[in-house]
Design a protein around this ligand. Structure first.
Ligand code: IMP
Length: 189
């Protein structure tokens, strides 16, 4: 069965193809001739991933899933949340986002945080959603050079180091995204 993953992110495509095996032919947005980012104008991860998957299903008539992720910090009432990519502005700069986060958390003792991924699947018009989460805390200072986004300041519960201090393969075994992908794969299989 052919199914579109509404992304052009090569790492995400590789991860899902690896986990799904041969039964599904995963195509990307660019395979459909769509090269721009899809609109994400909703105020929840559920809303944004649904918006993207539905757009592709309605426009191209192909079964589709889409993801949206964010970092929820308890002491900041869930911020940066759905706004994680643009926390410090339109430039989508990871350094600026991390700097703003650490600044907003200065003097705050409750460092609890959670990464969340929601995947929405639109299959023959029917909607299914899958949610993956990982709990952790925000470090006082950035450490490590692997990964992306808020990885240098996110310490998963039970770990003594940030996501950015370990190999990407290790992070990808337990990450919020991996947990949501596993649920999608179980459902499709
Ligand atoms: P996306 O929905 O996967 O594009 O994620 C949106 C934003 O959330 C990213 O631009 C990052 O700022 C942040 N984010 C999501 N997942 C991760 C992660 O695994 N590590 C660090 N930051 C992440």
């Amino acid at each position: 069965m052919k199914i579109c993953f509404a992304t052009n992110n090569k790492n995400k495509l590789f991860e899902i193809k690896n986990k799904l095996g041969e039964a599904y032919e995963i195509i990307s947005l660019s395979d459909l001739g769509h090269f721009e980012d899809l609109a994400e104008t909703q105020d929840t991860l559920e809303g944004n991933s649904l918006q993207k998957a539905r757009f592709v299903y309605d426009t191209y008539g192909v079964n589709c899933f889409a993801d949206d992720s964010g970092l929820m910090v308890e002491a900041l009432n869930g911020e940066p949340g759905v706004n994680s990519a643009f926390y410090a502005g339109e430039a989508k700069s990871s350094e600026a986002n991390v700097a703003l986060l650490l600044n907003n958390m200065r003097g705050i003792n409750n460092r609890k945080a959670r990464f969340v991924t929601v995947i929405t699947l639109v299959l023959n018009g029917k909607v299914e959603q899958f949610r993956g989460e990982i709990d952790g805390s925000i470090a006082e200072h950035p450490s490590g050079s692997h990964g992306f986004g808020y990885d240098p300041v996110f310490v998963p519960d039970g770990w003594q180091c940030t996501f950015a201090e370990v190999d990407l393969q290790l992070k990808n075994k337990i990450s919020h995204r991996a947990r949501a992908v596993e649920q999608l794969v179980d459902f499709l299989k």
